[in-house]
Design a protein. Structure first.
Length: 317
């Protein structure tokens, strides 16, 4: 079985059609169809169901897909290691970051890695915690930095705690809710339950800091107005609308300094989130991934001590 055959099968499943995968792989549809049929004959099972609406993996195809992703990632690493041994080629480092992780680690992490591994290409994906875990498990990502979810930790993943973060509520200057702040300068969760909330989670997830904090106080979960997986978009929405959301303290401090946002201080703080790093168990890391782990640990340690979001001092690891 060739690496190319595995890559072609994965491309077909991800694209959902022979046509889309053929375009992505820069090959003809008949050639890709033949290649897929040859792989099915080699395995002795049907991998996909074909219909006018596209292709979907069969039960056998789904079982093969999870292993195929891991095998493809490992074979590609082996290929890169072989070329690196003779001083040829570049390496790809894939990093998965939740919005909280991205706000704390970038751009310092990238700058550090570019200095240490100038020939390494870096891919960064910012998405929700639940999506990141499956990507690390399947070795699509070398590692992920995100908040620890309540989902049971997969046996194929290792977790390293990085920091406990007390998220803060952010609103625009002049927000109507600021008038409800008490003489002590704080407000209660009951006073903001009906606000227009911006959630930094997937729409089908209840594993978020806002929902958990309201439930812990015996209150119903607020109905979100918008679900957003990017702080770049979230900051713009918070600064230009009456929506409210939660931000890491260092990021909120930066926005307050720029006059974009202000903090809506709570009488009782939200439940803290546990930020950590996920890697795949039993998979030898590349040199770039090892450096990324060390840099992430160093950045987290500095933030915990100084609270400094972006250091101007070169990171030493």
């Amino acid at each position: 079985m060739r690496l190319q055959s595995i890559e072609q099968f994965i491309a077909v499943v991800d694209a959902g059609s022979i046509r889309g995968a053929a375009r992505q792989l820069n090959m003809s549809q008949p050639a890709l169809t033949r290649a897929l049929q040859q792989l099915e004959e080699e395995l002795g099972v049907q991998l996909v169901d074909r219909s006018g609406r596209g292709v979907t993996p069969t039960a056998a195809g789904s079982a093969f897909l999870s292993r195929a992703r891991v095998a493809e990632a490992e074979l590609r690493k082996a290929f890169e290691d072989a070329r690196k041994a003779v001083g040829d080629g570049t390496r790809l480092l894939a990093l998965g970051l939740s919005p909280v992780g991205a706000s704390l680690l970038l751009p310092e992490l990238v700058i550090t890695l570019q200095r240490q591994h100038p020939k390494t290409r870096i891919r960064i994906l910012e998405t929700t915690p639940s999506a990141l875990l499956s990507l690390v498990r399947d070795e699509v990502m070398d590692l992920a930095v995100t908040q620890r979810t309540r989902i049971h930790l997969d046996a194929g993943l290792d977790y390293r705690p990085l920091a406990e973060i007390q998220m803060r509520i952010a609103v625009r200057p002049g927000h109507p809710l600021l008038s409800k702040v008490s003489k002590q300068g704080t407000c209660n969760l009951e006073e903001i339950i009906g606000a227009s909330w911006l959630y930094m989670t997937a729409h089908d997830s209840s594993d978020d800091i806002v929902s958990r904090s309201f439930l812990a106080s015996g209150l119903p979960i607020p109905l979100p107005a918008v679900h957003c997986g990017s702080y770049f978009i979230a900051l713009d929405l918070l600064a230009s609308t009456d929506m409210i959301g939660v931000l890491p303290p260092a990021l909120l401090k930066s926005c307050m300094k720029a006059g974009q946002l202000v903090e809506l201080v709570l009488t009782r703080p939200l439940i803290p989130i546990q930020l950590g790093m996920y890697t795949r168990s039993g998979s030898p890391p590349t040199a770039a991934a090892t450096s990324a782990v060390a840099a992430i640990m160093a950045i987290a340690a500095r933030i915990a001590v100084t609270g400094e979001l972006r250091s101007t001092t070169p990171l030493k690891i």
